[in-house]
Design a protein around this ligand. Structure first.
Ligand SMILES: [Zn+2]
Length: 59
């Protein structure tokens, strides 16, 4: 994924762990890790800001 300002390829960092469905016994609990996409260009105004978050299911 590219930075929307400078178009460089963003770096991915591990964000928080998210769980879903654990407040109902009928739905299986799913656990996700959120990956954060941040611009890596120091001269960019978006540098080190999270521009996108992607959820990856943990098994
Ligand atoms: Zn950028």
């Amino acid at each position: 994924m590219q930075c929307k300002v400078c178009k460089c390829e963003m770096r991915i960092t591990n964000g928080k762990i998210v769980t879903e469905g654990d407040n109902s016994p009928d739905t299986p609990t799913k656990v996700y890790r959120e990956l954060e996409y941040r611009c890596r260009a120091k001269q960019c105004p978006e540098y080190d800001k999270v521009q996108a978050v992607q959820r990856v299911e943990l098994t």
